[in-house]
Design a protein around this ligand. Structure first.
Ligand code: XMP
Length: 327
């Protein structure tokens, strides 16, 4: 399975009929690969893992065990949506792990960005491995590897994040049903499998989640300010027809305070920075310019609704020199 390559003559999947044919083909391939054995999947709720989950549920139903690790750095409503879509609607065998305290306790006081990333990645593997060890008789691990991952790892651009991260005692045969697809094709297949639009067409989201948007040492109150302001920004982009148009948009709450005034009293609170960017290859990005009306509205809502924020700033910096994320 791992050697399968995208045929050079393969047509780009763009229609529902093409997606249906691909789904049928993969369902058969999955069934012949795994038989009546069990398959494990780390289900983040991102596009790739969600489409893989939906494909495997169709192919093997309860023999797929999905593990959703809530590390406390997900966006508002995401863990709830994973439970709603996969456990309640698709009747998946879903293990939900509330690891929020575990991650945030480990991250407490850690300021260095690279150390934060390492802790989040390392802890994720540990939590996932613990869950895997509790389950008996699992021979397969499903992954949302897509074709650009393979091409980039072959070109030496980035290491393809496969099962390599798991400890020695946990070795599985891989099941990679979307491995020959480009991202746009994964979305078409996800839509055909009945996944909701806000899951299929979601903007990119980094693995370390909101952790990189809460620069410096993460505190629970500042993390909540990031989560709440991000939810307001997403809601307003949705309402104003920008959600499908702007490539990526989010908020950052840096670790410094400034003086303000509210109801005639002094405040000393954080700023909230809005970033909204467009790109095709992520190597170079340009900044989306919002209308003054929307900007005013966002400022008013964030100030009124997010505890701990007394200023809203807009990041007008392209990449280069600024990266998309702050850490
Ligand atoms: P930067 O900040 O490098 O971001 O300009 C480029 C794109 O990559 C996303 N990003 C990540 N994605 N794991 C991911 O899966 C990560 O650690 C990570 N860091 C950045 C970022 O959101 C942007 O779309």
């Amino acid at each position: 399975m791992t050697e399968i390559r995208r045929p050079e003559t393969m047509e780009r999947i763009a229609t529902e009929a093409q997606a249906a044919a691909f789904i049928e083909e993969q369902v058969q391939a999955i069934r012949s690969q795994v038989g009546d054995q069990k398959v494990l999947l780390a289900l983040s709720g991102g596009v790739d893992s969600s489409v893989v989950a939906a494909l495997l549920i169709k192919a093997i139903g309860q023999n797929l065990v999905c593990v959703h690790v809530n590390h406390g750095l997900l966006r508002k409503g995401e863990p709830e949506q994973v439970i709603e879509v996969f456990r309640n609607q698709m009747k998946a065998n879903l293990v939900y792990v509330d690891a929020v305290d575990r991650f945030l306790d480990k991250l407490a006081g850690v300021e260095d960005p690279e150390t934060k990333r390492k802790i989040i990645g390392g802890e994720f593997i540990e939590v996932f491995a613990e869950e895997a060890r509790k389950l008996d008789g699992i021979a397969f691990l499903a992954q949302g590897t897509i074709w650009p991952d393979i091409l980039e790892s072959e070109a030496g651009i980035k290491a393809h994040h496969n099962a390599g991260g798991l400890p020695e005692d946990l070795q599985f045969e891989l099941v990679e049903p979307v491995r020959i697809l480009f991202k746009d094709e994964v979305r078409v297949v996800g839509k055909a499998l009945g996944l909701p639009d806000n899951m299929v067409y979601r903007q990119p989201f980094p693995g370390p989640g909101l952790g990189v948007r809460c620069p410096g040492a993460i505190t629970r109150d500042r993390l909540e300010a990031v989560r709440e302001s991000d939810a307001i920004l997403r809601e307003e982009f949705e309402k104003n027809g920008l959600a499908g148009k702007v490539w990526q948009y989010f908020t950052v709450v840096p670790d410094f305070k400034s003086t303000g005034v509210k109801d005639g009293k002094r405040t000393f609170d954080w700023p909230c920075i809005i970033r909204a960017i467009n790109t095709t290859d992520v190597m170079e990005v340009t900044v989306e310019h919002l209308s003054p009306e929307l900007m005013d509205h966002l400022v008013r809502r964030i100030i009124a609704e997010v505890p701990g924020i007394n200023r809203v700033l807009y990041d007008f910096t392209p990449k280069p020199p600024a990266t998309v994320e702050y850490e």
